[in-house]
Design a protein around this ligand. Structure first.
Ligand SMILES: [Ca+2]
Length: 242
């Protein structure tokens, strides 16, 4: 089976990459991690500034900063130190996500509770492209709340090959994981393997992968085939370049 062959290849690639991982793993790709250029003064764990997000009247969504360059398909670990006063709604640290063909996907974050001492928070994420949406602080439907974060580190902890081998080795990967594997296979030029994933996918994931395969081919006839398959599975439009 082709997926088994690529799992063997991914495991070999993961083993080859292990020797260089320790040096790369320590590289912090988050710019100005102490927020000394764009942070607020008055509260800081190190230096003179920290990132600060405050809401008064109820706000549906706010997120600090935004796109972050990362290695696609690698596992990254994000960490930082937070303080927060949460009166109502959701405050989050290290809010990360990507886009599939239709919506936010591959989300990770740390929900915050009120604390007046710096607390370390951590999460991991895998990006489906060379940029991830990464907000050190974010609010969703929050009011009369605020939070600070300082000393953010985002560093690779697992290579793309090792990350994808772990997903491929799962008996029942989630829909989000199948969508991620499809992007990895297309990225590697293995369109046939992405197509194999359709066999066990739900309709939403079939529509998503159909968007992906249609968008990434230069062949007009093949693009029409994937457009039809996408529509049959309920994907009316490919709304994002995910
Ligand atoms: Ca600082």
């Amino acid at each position: 089976m082709r997926s088994q062959r690529i799992l063997v290849r991914l495991c070999a690639m993961a083993a080859l990459g292990a020797g260089t991982l320790s040096a790369r793993a320590q590289e912090n790709v988050f710019p100005d991690p102490s927020f000394e250029s764009d942070g607020a003064t008055g509260v800081a764990r190190t230096g003179h500034r920290a990132a600060h997000l405050k809401v008064g009247a109820k706000d549906h969504w706010q997120g600090l900063r935004g796109e972050l360059s990362v290695e696609p398909f690698a596992t990254s670990r994000a960490s930082g130190y937070v303080k927060a006063s949460v009166k109502s709604g959701g405050l989050f640290a290290l809010y990360c996500y990507g886009w599939n063909s239709f919506d936010w996907q591959w989300e990770s974050n740390v929900p915050l509770e009120t604390t007046d001492q710096w607390q370390r928070v951590e999460t991991t994420f895998v990006a489906s492209a060379d940029k991830a949406w990464f907000h050190p602080l974010a609010v969703i439907d929050a009011e009369n709340s605020e939070a600070w974060i300082d000393d953010v580190v985002v560093a690779r902890v697992k290579s793309p090959a090792a990350t994808m081998a772990a997903l491929l080795g799962k008996d029942e990967p989630s829909a989000a994981e199948v969508q991620l594997l499809a992007r990895y296979f297309v990225f590697q030029g293995e369109r046939g393997l992405a197509e194999e994933l359709l066999d066990k996918a739900d309709a939403y994931t079939k529509a998503d992968i159909s968007c992906l395969l249609g968008r990434s081919t230069g062949d007009r006839a093949e693009r029409r085939k994937w457009t039809a398959k996408r529509i049959r599975n309920g994907g009316l439009t490919c709304t994002r370049e995910g």
